[in-house]
Design a protein around this ligand. Structure first.
Ligand code: PLP
Length: 462
């Protein structure tokens, strides 16, 4: 276990300050008044609250602390870079960002350029804008601007990324969200197949739906197709192996850009450095964040192939260069930290470890099927889910309050699990994305606590 200094915190004073002044994301203020988790430290897969209580974080924060907590050397990397140069706009060249881009490019097999941003939402937004600019420059007579995206997907919180996503309940309070820029199709969510079909007899109806939609919209109006290889937010919907290659082939057929969102899937999470590498496809646009720095500092990236880059390259008078800017993109300290984070992932073979540990986790989760309310168990690498149902026949989701109680039950036993919300058109699912350094005894503990929690929920449902 990494030695860690636990700061002394006056818990009550922090809670008072917070409740008086902070507006938190997504959590109802009244819930926070009742359940205040004040996290002050972390090491490996464990976080520690202000009372010294330890929790096994089976969610890596928000699916992001891939190398685990407490890597003090990253603080040193950031400090060293800040001492030399804390900031300069990325309109100039800086050393850490150049090195990081070059490392990402190499990991992707070369032939790419990297545009830096600060979050996953921005990585997708930049991708949308690069695709539009590319289409304007490459197809001057046409008006290719639409992006085909999937229902139940999540691609970020900014208005464009939110509109691209397909979770109605996350969008409804902000609608209308623009015009027909994002055209939604059925997701590859096999347990709840939107066509009521079963793989492989379905013959990938969901991929065919993409082609039908492109033809319906008119290919000359479409710029690209956006997919997260394994849809995390809806509850880790792992597609059939042929799905992503089929989508890539449709993009190729109609000259569309394939925009792959690996904000969660990337950086070893699914058992390979990038999830699309499982499926042998090459994205034209790749959105990265979270695991790029394991959240030690905020940074995201939008990677384009050189074929796309060529559109942005030319005589300055031709006005083809990237027509957007953001203040912090290519931040030297964030880039230095991200680079060291990636080196750690490679040195410690954390992608391979995710594949091995993920197999072990999935085996453990499969044993939960003995509970009648477990409808499905699925995952790839250390991205896993247990979908819970009222009835295996009808697949009726578990109501949200019971799902909340289940997550609270786990928390009370010192294990943090995630839950994909019911009511989004999806199911009621426990999601797991622990740090890639998680150990087998820790995995056993997650499974044991879930076992107890599901049994307790089963009893409460009668
Ligand atoms: C697949 C996916 N894309 C994009 C985002 C947005 O990332 P961020 O919250 O860093 O803006 C998320 C966030 O969870 C995500 O799950």
């Amino acid at each position: 276990m990494t030695p860690i200094e636990i700061p002394h915190v006056d818990r009550d004073a922090v809670v008072r300050q917070d409740l008086r002044s902070v507006l938190h994301p997504i959590v109802p203020p009244k819930q926070l008044e009742e359940q205040q988790l004040v996290i002050v430290a972390g090491h490996d897969s464990t976080v520690i609250d202000a009372d010294g209580r330890e929790y096994l974080d089976a969610m890596s924060g928000l699916w992001c602390v891939n190398i685990g907590y407490g890597r003090v050397e990253l603080a040193e990397v950031a400090a060293e870079q800040m001492r030399a140069l804390a900031y300069f706009p990325h309109t100039a060249i800086n050393l850490p960002a150049a090195r990081l881009a070059d490392r990402l490019n190499a990991l992707l097999g070369g032939g790419h350029h990297v545009y830096f941003v600060n979050s996953g939402s921005e990585a997708n937004e930049a991708g949308f804008k690069l695709a539009r600019q590319y289409a304007k420059q490459e197809f001057p007579g046409q008006f290719r601007y639409k992006l085909i995206t999937r229902y139940l997907s999540y691609h970020g919180t900014t208005l464009g990324a939110l509109a691209a996503g397909g979770m109605g309940d996350r969008k409804v309070k902000f609608e209308p969200l623009g015009g027909n820029d994002f055209v939604h199709v059925a997701p590859a969510y096999c347990y709840r197949c939107p066509f009521g079909l079963t793989y492989p007899a379905c013959e990938l109806a969901c991929a065919k739906n993409i082609e039908a939609t492109i033809l319906g919209e008119g290919p000359e109006t479409v710029a690209g197709v956006l997919v997260e290889p394994i849809m995390s937010g809806v509850g880790v919907a792992v597609p059939p192996d042929e799905y992503l290659p089929a989508v890539a082939e449709i993009c190729r057929k109609y000259g569309l850009l394939l925009h792959v969102d690996e904000v969660i899937n990337g950086f070893g999470r699914t058992g390979k450095m990038f999830a699309h590498q499982h499926y042998g496809v090459e994205p034209d646009i790749l959105a990265l964040a979270k695991g790029i720095s394991s959240a030690y500092l905020p940074i995201g990236a939008t990677v384009i192939t050189d074929r796309v880059f060529q559109s942005f390259y030319g005589d300055p008078a031709a006005n083809r260069h990237v027509a957007q800017v953001n203040t912090y993109g290519g931040h030297p300290a964030a880039a230095a930290v991200a680079l060291r984070n990636i080196e750690i992932i490679l040195e410690e073979r954390l992608a391979d470890r995710a594949a091995e540990s993920g197999g072990y986790l999935l085996d453990g989760l499969q044993t939960l099927r003995r509970h009648p309310c477990v409808g499905d168990v699925r995952g790839k690498g250390l991205l896993a889910a247990v979908e819970l149902v009222m009835d295996r026949q009808t697949k009726e989701p578990i109501p949200a309050p019971q799902m909340q109680s289940l997550a609270d039950f786990c928390l009370a036993r010192g294990v943090i699990v995630g839950r994909a919300r019911s009511g989004a058109g999806g199911g009621s699912t426990i999601v797991l994305a622990p740090p890639l350094v998680i150990t087998r005894p820790e995995i056993d503990r997650i499974v044991a606590v879930l076992d107890e929690a599901i049994a307790a929920m089963g009893r409460s449902l009668g």
